[in-house]
Ligand binder design. Sequence first.
Ligand code: URA
Length: 231
Amino acid sequence: MCGIASRRKADELIANGEVSVNGAIVTELGTIVHPGRDRVFYSGKEVAAVDAPVYLVMNKPRDTITTSNDERGRTTVMDILHARKRVYPIGRLDRNTTGVLLFTNDGEFAHRLMHPKYQIPKAYLVTCAEVVTREHLEELRTGVRLDRVKTAPAEVLVIPGGKGKEVGITIHEGMNRQVRRMFEVLGYDVRKLDRVAYGPITKEGLPRGASRALTPQEVRRLKSMAGIEEE
Ligand code: URA
């Protein structure tokens, strides 16, 4: 809870004699300390419990920037979040991309969710100005070249009733502006981009611009997808 290590890793640090309490090395696991009264040191530095973790989801509207502070005074996602605790966005959505954006103050959680190793699926609804051809749908599926990197296989489907211009795409990586660039290199003009899901988290029931806390079950599912053990 001090932002140093996972629970298991903390046990190792303690057992290795790397942690002291009130000036004495403590190697016994389960030793009780009282925050604010006992002084705990690791690696020569005093540690303190950080805030209780917070996990939020926003249905991001258009024309908002995913940053904490915009020098040019444009509206940021933090301006409309109204969080009581200090949190930050997990990854980013472009200014005019809408949909699911997660926030937390849990550094390990954010890091793991964004790490390519865990391949958290992110689903987008793309609205193009043109009808997307069958050949291009296949290319999006197998991978397109962005600069020198080929994108990993993606799930792609045409949205019924979308006149062939609306495509659902699920990617498992997160290169910069990846979805827009995938369509742009194939010659399409992306009119709208909406993230409909981040792993199991959707924006169902959440109006544009609104946010809510994730349920404990949602947090558990995300943690398990990101290989984080629950205590
Ligand atoms: N891909 C994009 O191109 N933009 C986003 O905002 C998210 C994914």
